[in-house]
Design a protein around this ligand. Sequence first.
Ligand SMILES: Nc1ncnc2c1ncn2[C@@H]1O[C@H](COP(=O)(O)OP(=O)(O)OP(=O)(O)O)[C@@H](O)[C@H]1O
Length: 249
Amino acid sequence: MNAIIDIQGIYKKYKESEFFSVEDVNLQIKKGAFFGLLGPNGAGKTTLISLLCGLIKPTTGKILIEGKNYESFEKQIKQNIGVVPQEYALYPTLSAYENLLYFGSMYGLKGKELKKSIDYYLDYLGLKEHAHRSIQSFSGGMKRRVNLIAGILHNPSILFLDEPTVGVDLQSRLILVDLLKELHKKGTTIIYTSHHLHEVQELCETIAIIDKGKIFALGSSEELMEKTQTTNLEAAFLALTGVNLKEHE
Ligand SMILES: Nc1ncnc2c1ncn2[C@@H]1O[C@H](COP(=O)(O)OP(=O)(O)OP(=O)(O)O)[C@@H](O)[C@H]1O
């Protein structure tokens, strides 16, 4: 397989934690994939995404992004990935436009090129007329849209999204999903966590189901449904996870 992300035997135990939040994960994700990470609260999705983005370091194990590791190639890897975190990374008192100028410049974009990209995405996501309002006056859905733009301005080849549609209204969700489809069509590899099973079923070609830090099912939604003799991903998810799924106590 032409793996753009290669995860080999990753374990992560946080300081002062008594258990592994990610445990023995081995996974290859191919270039151009739309890959979904699904799991209940506390399963380890954010931890795994944070490891892949180089925001935290594994306790043991190896992560290769486009064949490179973070120890030697952090700067190069970070130029090529986009990260859309669950928590807003935006400055509340700055306008959407000012926030995006700041994020774009962090990736070395400037001048006309940066402004063109900001204008394009603000327009695409229906925020053009709100561009100069402060973020603190935005609804949750509008903030999510700006948060997404901040992660894609530099045209990354891999995009990591941690629940990009959580807490947003239907309109915002549809626009966000539409943009993700568009990016995928252009060849961006997308790694995405979500609690919305319908959304994951619609978007993701491959889905990893994770609980208590371990991946215990992997496949397309069709494969997961076939394995569980169910007719939708929600039923497959419940059949696979059962009633015993609990967060770490
Ligand atoms: N900084 C930390 N220090 C100690 N434990 C942590 C830390 N961050 C997360 N954990 C623990 O690691 C486990 C996995 O958490 P994580 O946030 O990765 O799960 P998640 O699947 O993203 O959950 P959610 O769906 O609620 O966002 C949980 O038990 C959590 O309490």
